[in-house]
Design a protein around this ligand. Structure first.
Ligand code: 5GP
Length: 146
């Protein structure tokens, strides 16, 4: 498998070199809005530690990652009054992975509303900002100072 690239987009977001609409952070994980969302409230949850995907991640990173995924799944469902939540994750290009720092997609779902798919369309930054605010409020996240 190709080696982890420390200059991938999400590694830069974790280091604070690139911006994101942060919705949750703790010692081990970071969650932020997907800039090309497949549905309203689509967030990505990543471990801060380096891993390309599920095939090379340290198993010790998975507990904290899934704990944050559950927090965000409940959070986006409540924030957007959704009927359900999709949690998705891809490994290598053949499966659809495009950014090679492991990430979990957490996407609110409503009965009868299809996912928008990978259109490559950037969301309105103001809309993402207001959606992020809604999620932070719902889960009670006021920033992480660790
Ligand atoms: P993958 O296809 O690798 O599972 O998903 C990568 C996701 O990252 C896509 O949903 C895409 O919209 C999102 N994405 C790509 N570049 C950026 C970026 O610079 N910032 C944010 N917030 N999301 C990104």
């Amino acid at each position: 498998m190709t080696a982890y690239d420390p200059n991938n987009i999400f590694a830069k977001i974790i280091r604070g070199v690139l911006p994101c609409e942060r919705v949750y952070e703790d010692q081990h994980t970071l969650a932020f809005m997907d800039i090309m969302p497949q549905g309203d409230g689509h967030v990505l949850v990543v471990p801060k530690s380096a891993a390309r995907n599920m095939l090379d991640v340290d198993p010790a990173a998975l507990g904290p990652l899934m704990t944050s995924v559950q927090k965000l799944a409940k959070g986006v469902k409540a924030a957007f009054d959704a009927d359900g939540v999709a949690v998705m994750q891809f490994n290598e290009s053949a499966s659809g992975q495009t950014v090679f720092h492991i990430h979990m997609h957490v996407i609110p779902r409503w009965e009868g509303v299809p996912l928008r798919g990978h259109t490559g369309a950037m969301a309105d930054p103001d809309l993402l900002k207001s959606q992020a605010e809604k999620i932070r409020k719902t889960i009670g996240f006021n920033g992480w100072t660790g």
